[in-house]
Design a protein around this ligand. Structure first.
Ligand code: S3P
Length: 172
């Protein structure tokens, strides 16, 4: 009998604004799993927005909070976890995570993100720097993921591909 991996959690990775949070919420509802969003948890614990944390404590501090948060979350099982775009770049993600890359092109992301959503992301303020960051990070996202979802269309058009893939896996 062959070895079948058993995953504890599904972890969504991908660039800022690619749709991880909305994909995660929908998947969790459809698959009867719990949803967890790393940025939202950090903001609640720190009682401050991501922008405020970057401004007052610096990016390195935020990265440490992300590592702590994903470590704590992955102690539990059966969740769909949405991460911030930098989390897989700076933090290790527990081995038994089914990592899914929500993959949208940079221009698609910039074309559909609202001004309000953009203003919440300190690393998306300077478009050229954000484009460089995107190019630098893409290979890491691809290497870590076991499944890539083409997120250049609306969530409703691609979510069933992810859902079917997850249903074929053994996720606790
Ligand atoms: C970041 C992505 C953000 C947030 C922070 C830093 C990044 O999350 O964690 O602004 O480095 O890519 P989203 O990917 O949800 O925008």
């Amino acid at each position: 009998m062959g070895f079948t991996a058993v995953y504890d959690n599904v972890v969504l990775i991908g660039f800022m604004g690619s749709g991880k949070t909305s994909v995660g919420k929908t998947l969790a509802r459809q698959l009867f799993k719990e949803f967890a969003d790393v940025d939202t948890i950090i903001e609640a614990e720190q009682n401050a927005s991501v922008s405020e944390i970057f401004k007052t404590k610096g990016e390195a501090h935020f990265r440490a909070l992300e590592q702590k948060c994903i470590n704590e979350l992955t102690q539990k099982k059966g969740q769909i976890i949405a991460t911030g775009g930098g989390l897989p770049i700076y933090s290790a993600i527990a081995d038994k995570s089914l990592i899914v890359h929500i993959d949208a092109d940079f221009d698609v992301i910039m074309g559909r993100i609202s001004d309000k959503e953009r203003s919440k992301r300190p690393l998306l303020q300077d478009e050229e720097r954000a484009r460089t960051l995107f190019d630098e990070r893409l290979d890491t996202y691809k290497e870590l993921a076991v499944f890539r979802a083409d997120a250049n269309q609306s969530v409703s058009t691609f979510i069933h591909f992810i859902r079917d893939f997850i249903l074929d896996q053994r996720v606790l």
